[in-house]
Design a protein around this ligand. Structure first.
Ligand SMILES: [Zn+2]
Ligand SMILES: [Zn+2]
Length: 79
């Protein structure tokens, strides 16, 4: 079983999980440092300072290391 860390849904294959992660409503943020995706509430406590929730990742700062997935999609579409 593969579990989406953001919404806790489970999938039988790793491929199904990776496809889901692209559309997961709970994975709005993307860390450029480690490439992981996570829910906004996992990356910030006060809505001001953002840091990657992964213990082994130093990524922090919205629009710096942490990007909104919607913004990334818009950027790649216009390039
Ligand atoms: Zn999910
Ligand atoms: Zn990270």
């Amino acid at each position: 079983m593969y579990t989406c860390r953001n919404c806790k849904r489970t999938f039988r294959t790793e491929l199904a999980l990776s496809l889901h992660r692209d559309t997961c409503a709970e994975g709005q943020l993307f860390c450029q440092a480690c490439g992981d995706r996570f829910a906004e509430r996992r990356a910030t406590r006060d809505g001001w300072h953002y840091a990657c929730p992964n213990d082994d990742c130093e990524g922090e700062g919205l629009t710096e290391d942490i990007l909104r997935v919607d913004d990334v999609r818009i950027t790649t579409r216009t390039q």
